[in-house]
Design a binder for this molecule. Structure first.
Ligand SMILES: CC(C)(COP(=O)(O)OP(=O)(O)OC[C@H]1O[C@@H](n2cnc3c(N)ncnc32)[C@H](O)[C@@H]1OP(=O)(O)O)[C@@H](O)C(=O)NCCC(=O)NCCS
Length: 173
């Protein structure tokens, strides 16, 4: 078993390398990155798996987003990545389960993602376009998925997914 640990600020460079390795350096051209640009990921939902030397073997992050004209808050799962030498050992599933549980405990109500349907369906995700949601750019319809983390959270929620406002920190007086 690999323990799931909170991401540390010093992990960022290793995570970037892991994402380049698993998704390729063109990854930032995808529509999901338009929703991440200039917005910090949710630190309380960022987890990693390390080896004994501290090397990051797996990572999951989430971004805040809003849905529709009412700007209903939601979270966007991803990216999730596992080093190719360690794939197929349950790390990806453990990262997803652990973080979705944490998200629910933290009061998040809706989770969306763009990813492989066969991988995410068993967690409870279903098609988001069928529920009247749209992404702000091209994505393969069947890869756009969502899940309620709170029963009824999606009631009346439709529209285009948008970027959450960046959180501005106030300077100390
Ligand atoms: C996708 C990824 C995060 C899964 O992590 P992992 O630790 O290898 O996965 P797990 O060991 O938890 O699960 C393995 C199972 O998921 C399946 N699986 C892995 N990737 C899959 C995919 N893209 N689509 C469907 N099934 C997939 C495997 O076939 C395996 O099935 P089995 O248990 O029936 O044999 C990892 O393979 C990865 O980093 N891939 C490259 C980046 C990526 O594509 N990330 C996002 C996925 S949309």
């Amino acid at each position: 078993m690999f323990p799931i640990l909170p991401e540390r600020p010093g992990d960022a460079a290793q995570i970037d390398m892991l994402l380049d390795l698993t998704f390729g350096s063109e990854r930032t051209k995808k529509t999901v990155y338009r929703l991440r640009e200039g917005v910090a990921h949710l630190k309380t939902l960022a987890f990693v798996v390390r080896d004994d030397s501290g090397k990051v073997l797996g990572s999951i992050r989430y971004w805040p987003v809003v849905i529709g004209e009412a700007a209903v808050p939601a979270i966007m799962l991803g990216p999730v990545a596992v080093h190719p030498d360690y794939q197929g050992q349950g790390i990806g599933r453990a990262l997803i389960r652990h973080s979705l549980y944490a998200a629910t405990r933290q009061g998040h109500r809706i989770c969306i993602l763009v990813g492989d349907k066969p991988y995410y369906e068993p967690f409870g995700f279903s098609n988001a376009a069928d529920r009247g949601l749209e992404m702000p750019g091209w994505v393969e319809r069947e890869r756009f998925q969502l899940m309620e983390l709170f029963a009824g959270a999606l009631e009346g929620v439709t529209g285009v997914v948008g970027k959450a406002k960046p959180v501005r920190r106030r300077r100390a007086a």
